[in-house]
Ligand binder design. Structure first.
Ligand code: AP5
Length: 215
């Protein structure tokens, strides 16, 4: 199964991708995580990406398309994959179609997680993750069972993303509406687009997605 999760910053793409990855044994391809790894490497390309990301803008299509072209060839993608954060422009979507078509493959589902912009700024600004294992938490919606201790690995160190400051989140939302939302009519035309209510509880959103991908 090959699917895309589409939605603005904070819609819950990463949260839902992790559930799908476990349930259906799919590779989770998050371009945001790939870029953050590139930034952490300290390379020249990573430095350029950091500047763009901290301004809430999009990294160039060429870089992103090459990154995904290499990634989907890897062994763990043979059973299928979930794209989280890619494509983000029409040019990226067209390049993905070409990549899949050249191997006789196609997308099974594009799922739009629908949310309100106002709520997204709060959601993203309240988010943090375990430093050691990356498990995600939220000040309001998902706190560790024992305060200050990661549920998964027991670490007591947590971090917040640099691009999660409210002003940067607003710019990321603007980029979404200007450059990524045009993908909705693009995928509607090809008949693969479905929508879920992303304002519902996390488990409810998971159920909505499961019922789409299980049919
Ligand atoms: P990326 O890392 O992809 O960020 P994003 O798309 O802005 O998405 P987020 O990770 O912020 O949100 P999410 O939808 O995954 O929500 P989450 O599950 O974490 O990209 C970062 C940057 O990299 C971009 O700005 C761009 O610069 C660059 N980039 C990446 N891909 C690119 C590309 N293809 N082209 C060009 N540039 C690219 O949930 C958020 C919080 O809400 C969590 O705390 C979670 O617990 C909570 N939550 C989730 N669901 C619910 C719910 N239903 N109810 C209550 N709380 C919930």
């Amino acid at each position: 199964m090959k699917l895309i999760l589409l939605g603005p910053p904070g819609a819950g793409k990463g949260t839902q991708a992790k559930f799908l990855q476990e349930k259906f044994h799919l590779a989770h391809l998050s371009t945001g995580e790939m870029l953050r790894a590139l930034v952490a490497s300290g390379s020249e390309l990573g430095k350029k990406a950091q500047e763009i990301m901290s301004n809430g803008q999009l990294v160039s299509d060429d870089i992103m398309v090459d990154m995904i072209r290499d990634r989907i060839k890897q062994d763990d993608c043979k059973n299928g994959f979930i794209l989280d954060g890619f494509p983000r422009t029409i040019a990226q979507a067209e390049a993905l179609d070409e990549m899949l078509e050249s191997e006789g493959k196609r997308l099974d589902h594009v799922i739009e997680i629908r949310v309100n912009d106002e709520e997204m700024v709060n959601r993203v600004a309240g988010r943090y993750a375990c430093d050691k294992c990356g498990e995600g938490y939220h000040d309001q919606y998902k706190q560790p069972k024992v305060s200050g201790v990661c549920d998964v690995c027991g670490s007591k160190e947590f971090t917040r993303r640099k691009d999660d400051q409210p002003e940067t989140v607003k710019r990321r939302l603007e980029s979404y509406h200007a450059q990524t939302a045009p993908l909705l009519p693009y995928y509607k035309k090809s008949g693969v687009l479905k929508g879920v209510d992303g304002m519902a509880d996390i488990s409810d959103v998971t159920q909505q997605i499961n019922s789409i991908v299980s049919h």
